[in-house]
Design a protein around this ligand. Sequence first.
Ligand code: AQP
Length: 334
Amino acid sequence: MAGDNSKKIVFSGIQPTGTIHIGNYLGAIKNWAELQNNPDYDCIFFVVDLHAMTVPYDALHFQTTIHNAVLDNLAAGLDPKKCTIFIQSQIKEHSELTWILNTITPLGELQRMTQFKEKAEEQKNEINAGLLTYPVLQAADILLYKTDFVPVGKDQEQHVEFTRTLARKFNSKFGEIFKEPAALIPRVGAKIMSLTDPSKKMSKSHGAESYIALFDSDEAIRRKIKIAVTDSEKETRYDPKNKPAISNLITIYHLFADQPIKEIEKRYAGKGYADLKKDLAEVIIDYLKPLRQKREKLEKNPDYVKNVLEQGRQKAQKIAAATMLEVKKKTGLI
Ligand code: AQP
């Protein structure tokens, strides 16, 4: 559990911005569920509600969305006996450290961030300052817990690199406090692509047909895979550069069925895409079934979830407060 100094700290989070999809799962949560079993690691995972406020959201139902994100993650395999789970906004030190880090962040670095540029393009009329300073909050999150490893999808690599830069800058300016964390990016599955446009990453903001939600119905999964775009040439072959759509489907198959890519290619060689798609839908459905059952059980047990979050809050609070005390001393605030 968090707090044992001999262990490496593994830390990562997810936004409560609606449904969690198989991109989030294969790129991040599945790895979290594996890493928590490693006795050398202290794993801390959190729901980043403050980050979710940088895009348009429904304040009236935000608590439900946050609660659902916790349920999703527990159902997807996070085990509170093996890791710490908490909600970002319940630890005020995240906001406090963000301000301090803001004062050493060059504006130009933030303006160069790929995610900022993409989101700013998507919400041209609502480019708030939070969207720009998102990576500073993320750096504060990571650095507060003296994190060693950040398991994330490929899209977050740049933000982790930025966190390392800020840690170095803070340490050289005020004195050594922070560790420089390393991103843990899966070899396969780090960037699951959209089902409707394989040139873009699978994302909740690109329409429900473009992703498979972790708790989609069986019918929805079959339909979405059936209508997923394919490549022009009919051969079933793993070749991300020339056949991005089919390679994406093969990657998803490989990760959910735990079968080698070569074997999958061989099985569907000479057959049309329809066979691969039909079987892939069933592979996903079979894999997700126990997760759905677990979620249904969790839904009936709000006290358990409440208790998990309170335990998580207490543990996170202790670590964050201790780091913040060091930061305040070094920066001359106390
Ligand atoms: N397509 C993806 N493939 C692999 N990993 C992915 N992640 C996100 N999309 C993919 C990883 O999931 C973790 C949680 O990410 P997040 O909460 O920041 O979600 P997101 O990236 O905002 O997800 P979306 O669906 O793309 O949301 P919108 O549409 O709002 O931008 C991270 O580790 C991320 O790398």
